[in-house]
Design a protein around this ligand. Structure first.
Ligand code: HEM
Length: 163
């Protein structure tokens, strides 16, 4: 039953699994921060802020591991597709958009590190209006779009190999 699956395919299954788990942990963690911890912090700042600081430093380690796992596995997945000769122009375009959004997300992590998760400095003026672009909401939004693009990549690829 499983005898038809070659060793290389088992390896790619593992890589795909690592990529997916890393993505789920990262986006799920960001969603928890944006939609659970931040509103609770806004309601009880004195109570939550000290705890949030400790949570932030441990959460940071999880994000580091997830991001490294996503990058390494993502590159392996990409080269696997590229060597297969089945990647269509549409697949390349969607991958390009996915990579651009992924880079934006990596930039956001770096940006959060610079501001040290500090909610104390509230942006004003234009930066207030643009702040959603660099906030946790943006991270979750981009992550959700990247998930959709990943599914689209899969459909595009399967359509090419079955035609
Ligand atoms: C260095 C950055 C990245 C590269 C090179 C990359 C590359 C890829 C490739 C080539 C695939 C397979 C597409 C196909 O089936 O044809 C894939 C799947 C996927 N990617 Fe990425 N990706 C990157 C970052 C991300 C990020 C940041 C996320 C989400 C936060 C993400 C989520 C996913 C998901 C959910 C899948 C589907 C996995 C599955 O089919 O089980 N990727 N990625």
């Amino acid at each position: 039953m499983f005898g038809d699956i070659a060793a290389g395919d088992w390896f790619m299954l593992l890589v795909r699994w690592v990529h997916a788990i890393g993505a789920v942990a990262w986006i799920g963690g960001s969603a928890f921060f944006a939609f659970v911890l931040r509103p609770v912090e806004a309601a009880n700042p004195e109570l939550v802020r000290p705890v949030l600081r400790s949570i932030g430093s441990v959460y940071r380690e999880m994000v580091d591991i997830a991001v490294i796992a996503i990058i390494v596995s993502g590159l392996i997945l990409m080269f696997d597709r590229l060597t297969g000769d089945d990647a269509s122009p549409a697949w390349f375009i969607v991958l390009g958009v996915k990579l651009a959004l992924a880079l934006w997300m990596f930039y956001l992590v770096w940006h959060f590190r610079q501001s040290d998760f500090s909610p104390a400095v509230k942006p004003t003026g234009i930066s207030a209006r643009l702040s959603w672009l660099v906030g946790y909401n943006a991270m979750v939004f981009l992550g959700v779009v990247v998930f959709l693009l990943a599914s689209l990549l899969r459909v595009l690829f399967e359509t090419t190999i079955s035609s």
